[in-house]
Write a protein that binds this ligand. Structure first.
Ligand SMILES: *[C@@H]1O[C@H](CO)[C@@H](O)[C@H](O)[C@H]1NC(C)=O
Ligand SMILES: *[C@@H]1O[C@H](CO)[C@@H](O)[C@H](O)[C@H]1NC(C)=O
Ligand SMILES: *[C@@H]1O[C@H](CO)[C@@H](O)[C@H](O)[C@H]1NC(C)=O
Ligand SMILES: *[C@@H]1O[C@H](CO)[C@@H](O)[C@H](O)[C@H]1NC(C)=O
Ligand SMILES: *[C@@H]1O[C@H](CO)[C@@H](O)[C@H](O)[C@H]1NC(C)=O
Length: 394
């Protein structure tokens, strides 16, 4: 058999047959109107063989091949494809028993657009961008039309169909509520999605830009953080921004946080010799219902060091106990100092006291000694005078 099939005679016959088949198809096709049918994926599809029911029975082909997906042909010549999937797409042709093409249908499968899920971003007071995602893959190009109710007037929201978003400028920001309607349509049908948004609550600046963290020479515990306004934010005094800085030594769980309206900040309590993580974000300063921007990219910087080549682990061992023990060490040193002071006072008091007592005793002794001396002198004088008197001739 394989020999027979590949024989030149057989090939010639096959070529002739297919050529005649094609030419006969081509002949009939000229008076056919191209027929395209859009059907929903998963549905039961019925294809009819044109208006040529009189030439029954018919044979169906897909993409010029007799191999068809799971199907059934009715006595009327209709082709029924149950619960079609993507593989059922293509050109379906029906032929009569003599191999003549009767009709061709192109079957396209997909979905009608469903309700979109829409979210909006408001990077400043004059601009809103709303983006959406389809609930399911469409398989066919979808077009969109979007309108935005800005105060009392409806305005187009300018659509980028490929990126699935639309933009509106010059917003009436003071209005409490705005409405957006996005219509999605393809060959299967259309859907309309309406959302109501509050711009002042959606206001979320872009993250601060050009964020830099620098060491400060001679200051091993300082870091200079600087940044600029997001370029999408008008740098006018009418719209001030509040900035939120957070930093921590790498590996630490806890952030230190600072809020400022300036565009730079000096961290004074960095851990010397350690890499620090630093981030900045921004929010409208006046509107407290608005949102914080995303954090800027995480930056890693080490404060200035005396010995650039020093082993950082050594320093960390030195600094950790220093930083964690100040309370206990001051407590410990506090009591002894107080005790010393007390003792000194006592000693001074005792010394003074003994000096006073000693002085008193000495002066008492001195006084008594003086009295005794006087008394002695007096008796001596008496005696001498008595002797004198006795020796005097009476
Ligand atoms: C499609 O046909 C199957 C039988 O082939 C039937 O069970 C099913 O309910 C039909 N589905 C629809 C959507 O008509
Ligand atoms: C089927 O054959 C016709 C005629 O040769 C050709 O024009 C058409 O492109 C073919 N279709 C497919 C899907 O190959
Ligand atoms: C038939 O051809 C179309 C393109 O013309 C292709 O998308 C489809 O997958 C083909 N179907 C089969 C079953 O080969
Ligand atoms: C989009 O919607 C607007 C307003 O509803 C309408 O005037 C316009 O014709 C629509 N455009 C398309 C392409 O459907
Ligand atoms: C507001 O943001 C948009 C989008 O980033 C930008 O194109 C526009 O210039 C910004 N407006 C102002 C006033 O900066």
């Amino acid at each position: 058999m394989p020999g027979l099939l590949s024989s030149p005679v057989c090939l010639t016959v096959i070529w002739f047959l297919s050529w005649s088949l094609c030419s006969s198809r081509a002949q009939i096709r000229t008076d056919e109107v191209p027929d395209v049918q859009y059907k929903t994926l998963g549905s039961n599809v019925t294809l009819t063989c044109g208006k040529s029911q009189n030439r029954l029975p018919v044979v169906w082909h897909l993409n010029n091949s007799s191999v068809l997906p799971w199907h059934r042909v009715t006595p009327d010549g209709e082709l029924i494809l149950p619960q079609v999937d993507r593989s059922a797409q293509g050109d379906y042709s029906c032929y009569d028993t003599e191999g003549r093409l009767l009709h061709t249908v192109t079957l396209r499968l997909g979905h009608r657009p469903g309700l979109l899920s829409i979210s909006c971003r408001v990077p400043n007071h004059t601009h809103v961008r709303c983006s959406w995602v389809e609930p399911a893959k469409m398989y066919l190009p979808v077009s969109y039309n979007a309108t935005f109710k800005n105060g009392a007037e409806w305005r187009p929201c300018v659509v980028d169909a490929a990126r699935r978003h639309c933009d509106v400028d010059e917003l009436a920001f003071w209005q409490p509520m705005h409405t957006l309607i996005v219509t999605a349509f393809n060959d299967f049908g259309s859907s309309k999605t309406t959302i109501r948004i509050k711009l002042h609550e959606l206001l979320k600046p872009d993250p601060p830009e050009s964020v830099k963290v620098e060491e400060l020479e001679d200051f091993p515990q300082r870091l200079l953080v600087s940044w600029s306004f997001p370029s999408s934010w008008p740098v006018e005094d009418a719209f001030p921004l509040m900035f939120h800085i957070r930093y921590r030594p790498q590996g630490s769980v806890y952030w230190s946080e600072i809020y400022t309206e300036e565009s730079s900040f000096v961290i004074l309590d960095a851990l010397a010799g350690h890499l620090h993580q630093v981030q900045v974000r921004a929010r409208d300063e006046v509107n407290s219902e608005s949102r914080w921007s995303d954090w800027s990219q995480l930056l890693l910087v080490k404060p200035w060091e005396v010995y650039a080549t020093a082993d950082p682990t050594e320093e960390s061992e030195y600094f950790f106990p220093f930083d964690t023990k100040p309370e206990t060490s001051t407590e410990k040193s506090h009591n002894p100092i107080q005790g010393d002071e007390g003792n000194l006072g006592l000693v001074i008091l005792l010394v003074l006291f003994s000096v006073v007592i000693l002085t008193t005793i000495l002066s008492l002794i001195f006084v008594m000694w003086m009295r005794q001396r006087r008394r002695d002198q007096a008796t001596k004088q008496e005696l001498t005078s008595m002797v004198k008197m006795k020796s005097m001739p009476i």
